[in-house]
Design a protein around this ligand. Structure first.
Ligand SMILES: Nc1nc2c(ncn2[C@@H]2O[C@H](COP(=O)(O)OP(=O)(O)OP(=O)(O)O)[C@@H](O)[C@H]2O)c(=O)[nH]1
Ligand SMILES: [Mg+2]
Length: 230
């Protein structure tokens, strides 16, 4: 399996695979002790599946599309990774969820999905991080704020990633960061980092890995910052 970005990223991804796609939590694989689970949330088309591909150095592991609503099932991925500081490669799991917002699906299907989605997030016991992706060009939209409130209410650990930054002017980028910062400060989350990402250029991959390493106990990668600025 090719690891396209191994040189640029000091974390070594040994292996990444799709495990299963399922319509509901009842059919999800058993939670495994010691395997951190990272769950993606965000509006349809924001770039969740692309983020997974970029983070794992894969081109087409997760299916992406220009048409909102591409991901209709819960897709479970597994990756094994290591770094210089980790003797034994570590397995972890990423769950790609369908997006909320403007997906071109019927109201009935959307309501059914929301029920599934919330049930999964509320009842899955091994979620170590929920990655909420926000489109840099739009900032937090109402549906993003609703989702953030919901995640906070249910005490889920959150990581905020502002993506598609390659599509923005510097001004747009800084405006969307400022408004995100204001919103998080207001929600009492001033300490939460806001990470800029581009699945095109892979900007942000190292800070995302570092934050996950810190929060989820993935291999500790202090050397990554130095590598990124080199
Ligand atoms: N320029 C640019 N395009 C991106 C980026 N991330 C995603 N895209 C594009 O945005 C579109 C949607 O990306 P997906 O990864 O499929 O989005 P998603 O959030 O998984 O969408 P759903 O599965 O519909 O919820 C695709 O055409 C991607 O190529 C990015 O960082 N920069
Ligand atoms: Mg998707």
């Amino acid at each position: 399996m090719a690891n396209l970005f191994a040189k640029a990223c000091p974390i070594k991804i040994h292996d990444s695979n799709i495990i299963i796609s399922v319509p509901s939590k009842a059919l999800a694989p058993e939670a495994e002790e010691g395997v951190p689970e990272i769950v993606m949330v965000g509006r349809s088309n924001v770039g969740k599946s692309s983020w997974i591909n970029s983070m794992l150095g894969r081109k087409n592991l997760a299916r992406t599309s220009n048409t909102p609503g591409k991901t209709r099932l819960m897709n479970f991925y597994e990756a094994t990774c290591s770094s210089e500081t980790l003797a034994v490669p570590r397995r972890w799991s990423i769950v790609d969820l369908p997006g909320y917002g403007y997906a071109k699906v019927s109201k009935k299907e959307m309501a059914e999905w929301n029920k599934n989605f919330q049930y999964y997030l509320k009842n899955r016991t091994n979620i170590d991080m929920v990655v909420q992706l926000i489109d840099a060009r739009h900032g937090f939209m109402d549906s993003d704020i609703d989702m953030l409130d919901w995640l906070l209410f249910h005490d889920l650990p959150i990581m905020i990633v502002i993506t598609k930054v390659d599509k923005c002017s510097n001004r747009e980028r800084s405006e969307s960061f400022q408004s995100a910062k204001k919103l998080l400060d207001k929600a009492g989350l001033a300490q939460l980092p806001i990470i800029a990402y581009s699945a095109e250029t892979h900007e942000g991959r190292v800070p995302c890995w570092m934050y996950l390493a810190d929060q989820v106990g993935l291999p500790h990668l202090q050397e990554m910052e130095a590598n990124e600025s080199a």
